[in-house]
Design a protein around this ligand. Structure first.
Ligand code: UTP
Length: 297
């Protein structure tokens, strides 16, 4: 039986340059899809998967993110007094138990691999999850929960994967699949941002991982990779070189790349249409979009 996964790292120390100027003062993870910040979707997914310890790797200018998880006694009292029970529940869902959340600093944005390794001391000798909040994944069962269940059978290191168009592989980590068994694939090799036409498959790595402390040790021995950054993909690929198992998990769900403007806008539309309180009004708006677009020009 493989050990239970109860810790998750949320690397949120990136510069978020694709959303400038907003990210000059607003952390990307606090930007909202409808009325919920990206980070809340990630937390809800982690909780559904049984995560109990939440480790954030942050950087300068991310204090709004830390404040977000604070308790708000005044607001709570006001909602209680006015009988707004539903909003009270929404508010309480943002709370974190004292001691369940830790913040670690990454002083320089040296890459995702480096950000994850900054949390090494809090991980100890346990498997752990990594969640990138700018990949938002909608689905009946949370993506991480699907992976945790698969991991209980496989052990090893596991990355979430999805099929992308061949011309998109250069933007992702890509796995070389040795064998596919339903949703679980054993991985022969992994490469970060392969040059166009050289990708070993169309299976891209998406921002959910279950990793072992060995991967953190590998970080000490890898050099800068794609884009001059310390790449998590390279540290995971080292596992394969050392004869340990790495798996890809083809998750069931729809992923939105909220780190890009187009993906963020698509997610906003999809999540708004999924909300009973907005669906009708928003559908009417979208069906009238032609004339609105014309008027805006
Ligand atoms: P991205 O590649 O999306 O980079 O990082 P970014 O800085 O957030 O955004 P752009 O590309 O400048 O617009 C993927 C994830 O890895 C984290 C980011 O916070 C994001 O969650 N990350 C990246 C770090 O925590 N530290 C790093 O040094 C790099």
């Amino acid at each position: 039986m493989n050990r239970k996964v109860t810790k998750a790292i949320f690397p949120v120390a990136g510069l978020g340059t694709r959303f400038l100027p907003a990210t000059k003062s607003v952390p990307k993870e606090i930007m909202t899809l409808v009325d919920q910040p990206l980070i809340q979707y990630a937390i809800d997914e982690a909780r559904a998967a049984g995560i109990e310890d939440f480790i954030f790797v942050t950087s300068r200018g991310k204090s709004a993110l830390e404040d977000y998880f604070d308790h708000s006694p005044d607001l709570e009292a006001s909602l209680m007094k006015s009988g707004k029970d539903q909003l009270l529940e929404v508010l309480r869902n943002t709370y974190m138990d004292s001691g369940a959340i830790a913040y670690i600093r990454q002083h320089k944005a040296l890459g995702l691999g480096h950000a994850v390794s900054c949390a090494s001391r809090l991980i100890g000798d346990e498997p752990f999850a990594v969640i990138l909040p700018d990949d938002v994944i909608a689905g009946e069962k949370s993506c991480l929960q699907q992976m945790v269940e698969a991991y209980e059978e496989t052990g090893g290191a596991m990355v979430a994967t999805m099929e992308v168009a061949p011309e998109q592989t250069a933007s992702y980590g890509v796995i070389d699949v040795a064998e596919k068994n339903d949703r679980v694939m054993s991985v022969n090799a992994m490469v970060e941002k392969p040059a166009l036409g050289t990708a070993p498959s169309n299976y891209a790595v998406i921002g959910r991982y279950i990793l072992t402390p060995d991967v953190l040790k590998n970080m000490e021995n890898i050099g800068a990779g794609a884009g001059g950054e310390l790449q998590l993909t390279d540290a995971i690929a080292s596992e394969i070189d050392q004869g340990r198992d790495v798996y890809g998990y083809l998750f069931d769900g729809q992923r939105f790349d909220c780190g890009s403007k187009a993906g963020f806008l698509q997610a906003t539309v999809a999540f708004a249409l999924a909300r009973p309180d907005l669906r009708d009004e928003f559908t009417t708006y979208l069906s009238d979009l032609g004339p609105i677009k014309h008027a805006a020009q």
